[in-house]
Design a protein around this ligand. Structure first.
Ligand code: NAD
Length: 240
């Protein structure tokens, strides 16, 4: 496949690659995305997922929020797949500068990536909304229903819910990496969630690579489109 040869060549020639990814990076690890046909948005719940994982819903109905969150957004057995591993390897080789992710699952760090900018936070960090005490994922899963701190406050995951703002420092760091990147690889994202997606417009180079198993709104602006499953593609491009 000539697209894979092109991608291999750009990776071989660069020491300033930046990766921007989304939920599709983790589907091969068994974590469903939101917008594929078998994704969460195409399953039936009492409320649409955007509503349940919004700030106002969380405040109004924490029981229902946590029921959905624990059942549908936490996948404890999930392991990094070839895409996570390849990106970690490229960073270790000094070729990749940063992974910028919309994912909250922590799989990039589990694969060994160090510079991971989590635009939407992480399920692995949880805080008491009253006293600020930190809690691990295990600690909140051990409690039935809405997890509470010893002080009585509700524990909230450090995950950016709909209606909440993104961390400014993380955004600025991501802009800087993208602005200076030689190769920008965008993978496994529907490119529909703002403001995260707005970041990619800071890219100034001529090697914008899009990897997705379906069509995205940015396909016609990319310098290289590689269609297929991202784990399979990375396993053919980076020696693991
Ligand atoms: P999305 O669900 O909107 O889109 C996923 C995209 O990935 C689709 O375009 C789909 O075609 C593609 N895709 C799915 N599997 C793929 C694969 N194996 N190879 C290549 N492409 C694949 O996801 P999004 O754009 O990241 O936006 C959804 C939001 O949901 C994000 O903000 C994210 O925080 C959150 N989310 C995170 C996780 C996670 O942490 N793993 C899971 C679900 C949703």
């Amino acid at each position: 496949m000539k697209e894979l040869d092109q991608l291999r060549q750009w990776i071989a020639e660069s020491d300033n690659i930046v990766f921007f990814g989304g939920a599709g990076v983790s589907t091969e690890s068994g974590i469903p995305d939101f917008r594929s046909v078998d994704g969460l948005y195409n399953q039936q719940y009492d409320y649409p997922p955007e509503t349940i994982i919004s700030h106002s819903f969380y405040k109004r109905n924490p029981e229902e929020f946590y029921r959905f969150y624990k059942n549908k957004m936490i996948f404890q057995g999930a392991e990094p797949n070839a895409a996570h591993k390849a990106l970690a390897k490229l960073e270790a080789q000094g070729k990749l500068k940063a992974v910028i992710t919309q994912n909250i699952d922590g799989l990039h760090q589990a694969a060994g990536s160090r510079e991971v900018l989590e635009l939407h936070g992480s399920i692995h960090r949880n805080y008491c909304t009253r006293c600020g005490e930190f809690y691990s994922l295990d600690a909140i899963l051990e409690q039935e229903g809405v997890p509470h701190c010893q002080c009585g406050g509700i524990i909230k995951p450090d995950v950016v819910l709909y209606e909440e703002g993104l961390d400014q420092k993380t955004m600025e760091t991501a802009v800087s990496y993208i602005r200076h990147a030689d190769v920008l690889i965008i993978g496994g994202t529907s490119l529909t969630v703002y403001p995260a997606v707005g970041l990619i417009h800071y890219y100034q180079g001529k090697k914008l690579v899009l990897i997705n198993k379906s069509v995205t709104p940015l396909d016609n602006q990319a310098d290289l489109v590689v269609s297929g499953k991202i784990g399979e593609i990375f396993s053919r491009v980076v020696e693991l």
